[in-house]
Design a binder for this molecule. Structure first.
Ligand SMILES: Cc1cc2nc3c(=O)[nH]c(=O)nc-3n(C[C@H](O)[C@H](O)[C@H](O)COP(=O)(O)OP(=O)(O)OC[C@H]3O[C@@H](n4cnc5c(N)ncnc54)[C@H](O)[C@@H]3O)c2cc1C
Length: 425
């Protein structure tokens, strides 16, 4: 039973582990020379409802990635504006940890390998065709495929819908832009849009910590967070509305420079003109680490999401599943890992012709997957983003009693749903 996963971001890594655990021969294909995709520059975990989602997955035995992340965190149980019991992983050291964990499980990793097309047989994908620089095309056959290619970039989208390529960690110019497996298989994808804005701009940058004042660095290293007021004249209006991560679209983030210690200094703003930033005390020497042109803009995401059912099977292709941002307007590492684990698990179930798993609405993860699917069928819903950590979906979690922070209660909830250990080997 061969499962082929395309895209090695957090969703692809989680899908690979879940499928391998269920006994599949797993191939994971990643366009760049590193895993984790946009997770190479994120780092915030367990804030608000993400805590509940992570613990639900652990109770279902689908949470080893959360445990690996917890083992590599710089800060835990911290608070920053609007966000509680957060933790921050070290973005500089996370990728090799995950890569080694996947290799140790016998997952076949193909890095610097970009899928460019699919070969169809009837309504099924027979193989994906890929290209590695300097080598001939290769094809990977599989029984079931999982599209984890995300929604970020490529440069044409960042040029058309954003402020141009800001040279982010995805490095499209070097490795070639994102290619969607679902689209290549003939699926008409959905596009997030709000008014005239197509897609959304990524909501954070990273500054070299070494380029900031020693006072700011000390605060960051000690507490994980630094909040520095922006003088009225330097505030940039309207930045919040274009952000992909609506959970941070709070005025605190417009009136202050909010920095988080993820190894570098994570700047909670989609971009900030460098000259204006350098006028704020402590930032006189500031420079960007990611994206390199963070003074101008950031990557555009949420273009090209696949229509799918609640088991994460892509509609219209018999043997294709999807996860992460490809599965809808779900923002975040936690969201990608949860959907990735479910898609990997269901890919194996499907290959075995067994009933696939739909997580129930009594669990936050199941409710989010179902809710986002319904919302995306409406014009208004396509203008929003959904995350356990804030904005509309966190409000829904609270209203429905799904937001829990007591691990024992979360385990009981999972048990009541009859799902304890469901993802176990
Ligand atoms: C700057 C920034 C900061 C963020 N900060 C946080 C944070 O702190 N906390 C948080 O929870 N979320 C954060 N997010 C959001 C979060 O990173 C994403 O929502 C989530 O990680 C998406 O995971 P994914 O696997 O769906 O997609 P991606 O991370 O986009 O991964 C997709 C992968 O597929 C690969 N790929 C694409 N096409 C192909 C192809 N044709 N062949 C092979 N490979 C292909 C790409 O190279 C990439 O590695 C941040 C996002 C950005 C951009």
């Amino acid at each position: 039973m061969k499962i082929v996963i395309v895209g090695g971001g957090w969703s692809g890594a989680a899908a690979a582990l879940a499928a391998q655990k269920k006994g599949a021969d797993v191939t994971l294909i990643e366009r760049t020379d590193m895993l984790l995709g946009t997770g190479l520059v994120g780092g915030i975990m367990r804030n608000n409802g993400r805590f509940t989602a992570a613990e639900e997955m652990i109770a279902m035995s689908g949470g080893e990635i959360f445990q690996l992340i917890d083992g590599n965190r710089l800060h835990k149980d911290m608070t920053f504006p609007g966000h509680h019991h957060s933790s921050l992983y070290n973005v500089a050291t996370m990728e090799p940890i995950i890569k080694r964990a996947l290799l140790a499980k016998g997952i076949r990793l193909h890095l610097s390998t970009r899928v460019t097309d699919v070969e169809m047989a009837g309504g099924r994908i027979k193989s994906v065709i890929s290209k590695k620089k300097g080598e001939d095309e290769t094809s990977f056959e599989g029984d079931v495929f999982v599209d984890c290619t995300g929604t970020a970039g490529g440069p044409a989208n960042c040029n058309k819908y954003g402020n141009g390529c800001a040279m982010c960690v995805l490095r499209c110019h070097s490795f070639g832009g994102r290619v969607s497996v679902a689209a290549k298989a003939g699926v008409k994808e959905m596009i997030g849009r709000k008014g005239t804005q197509v897609g959304a701009m990524s909501g954070a940058c990273k500054l070299f910590k070494e380029s900031l004042s020693s006072e700011i660095c000390d605060t960051l290293n000690k507490t994980g967070v630094a909040v520095i007021p922006i003088p009225q004249s330097k505030r940039i209006k309207g930045k919040l509305a274009i952000k992909a991560c609506q959970q941070y679209a709070l005025t605190d983030f417009e009136e202050n420079v909010v920095l988080l210690n993820t190894g570098h200094a994570k700047l909670m703003s989609p971009f900030f003109p460098l000259e204006a930033l350098r006028e704020i005390p402590g930032f006189e020497n500031a420079r960007y680490e990611d994206p390199y042109a963070g003074g101008l803009g950031n990557s555009i995401r949420y273009i090209g999401m696949a229509p799918r059912d609640n088991a994460l099977k892509v509609e219209g292709v018999e043997n294709l599943f999807c996860a992460g941002e490809k599965a809808g307007l779900l923002v975040g590492h936690t969201e990608a890992i949860c959907t990735g684990a479910l898609a990997g698990y269901n890919a194996v179930k499907h290959a075995r012709r067994e009933k696939t798993l739909v997580l129930p609405e009594s669990l936050a993860v199941g409710d989010a997957i179902q809710y986002v699917r319904t919302q995306m069928q409406t014009e208004a819903g396509l203008g929003l983003k959904y995350t356990f950590s804030g904005s509309v979906y966190f409000e829904r979690m609270k209203e429905r009693g799904l937001y829990l922070t007591d691990v024992k209660t979360i385990e009981e909830r999972v048990d009541q749903a009859g799902l304890t250990g469901v993802f176990a080997a």
